[in-house]
Design a protein around this ligand. Structure first.
Ligand code: NAP
Length: 254
């Protein structure tokens, strides 16, 4: 018996096999879920298709979350294929590389808007589009401690993650009536494509491994196990929560 037997999950944000979304999709598959994968658009499809095949994913579709029409179309695709959805994973973030270095105070209007639109508003828009297909169900997003503490170079993405975590609480309140739980995992640093865009990311990894209570970094698989917990019935009473999967780093004062 798998923890997700009979469940249908849509995972947004697989870029390649290092993506946190990919580790999550694999763990859901191993626990018995049928998994749909979404990618950012046609140029990215060739990276995602082979991964989808590895987990027998019958549904693979594009969805650039900057476009409302693409989000509605994604919900239609899932609705037509499955008629319902139990789990939605939002593992999407983007900021211009120039905004992930230097001083936060220098963030321009356009860079601020882009980071917040792609990394935060997309969760709200996806939740609204899929609400009618869900319930009861679980929505999960990925955040980082830069939402609460100043992490050099994380800058506008820290502000976006603060807004994302607040959105989790508001969405949990709105959607709780339909039995939809909304939670986030705050992951420690993991080497991925997006992470590589943050200047000094290697130093972040080194520092984290030195000082975190477990004296190491976390793996994508450990993040995926947290996702499994939050999206399965094991967490049936949990919503509006941010679960830290960061080797304990968040308890430190430094
Ligand atoms: P990743 O593999 O690069 O995943 C980020 C995903 O966002 C990619 O699949 C990317 O698609 C997608 N994306 C960007 N713009 C998009 C758009 N307009 N429409 C649709 N998708 C779009 O990196 P990751 O580290 O796994 O990131 C996943 C989540 O975890 C992010 O929210 C990130 O902030 C969070 N997180 C990461 C870490 C870490 O250290 N890695 C720590 C804490 C939290 P394309 O690449 O195909 O454009």
């Amino acid at each position: 018996m798998g923890l997700l037997d009979g469940k249908r999950a849509a995972v947004f944000g697989v870029a390649n096999e290092h993506s946190l979304a990919w580790a999550i999709a694999r763990s859901f598959h191993e626990e018995g879920a049928r998994v749909a994968l979404s990618h950012a658009g046609t140029p990215f499809e060739k990276r995602v298709r082979p991964l989808a095949e590895r987990i027998g994913s019958e549904l693979v579709f594009p969805c650039d979350v900057r476009e409302d029409g693409a989000i509605v179309e994604a919900a239609n695709r899932v609705g037509e294929a499955w008629g319902r959805l139990d789990i939605l994973v939002h593992s999407i973030a983007f900021a211009e590389r120039s905004d992930l270095q230097g001083r936060f105070v220098d963030t321009g209007r356009e860079g601020f808007r882009t980071a917040l639109e792609v990394s935060v508003y997309s969760l709200v828009a996806l939740a609204r589009a899929f609400e009618g297909l869900m319930g009861p169900g679980a929505i999960l997003t990925l955040t980082y401690i830069g939402s609460r503490r100043v992490v050099p170079n994380y800058n506008v993405m820290g502000v976006a993650k603060a807004a994302l975590e607040a959105s989790v609480r508001y969405l949990a309140h709105d959607l709780g009536r339909s039995g939809i739980r909304v939670n986030a995992i705050s992951a420690g640093p993991v080497r991925t494509l997006s992470a590589a865009g943050v200047r000094g990311f290697r130093d972040m990894l080194r520092h984290h491994a030195e000082v975190a209570p477990l004296r190491r970094n976390v793996s994508a698989e450990e993040v995926a196990r947290g996702a499994l917990y939050l999206c399965s019935d094991l967490a049936s009473g949990v919503t509006g929560e941010v679960l830290y999967v960061d080797a304990g780093y968040h308890v430190l004062a430094r």
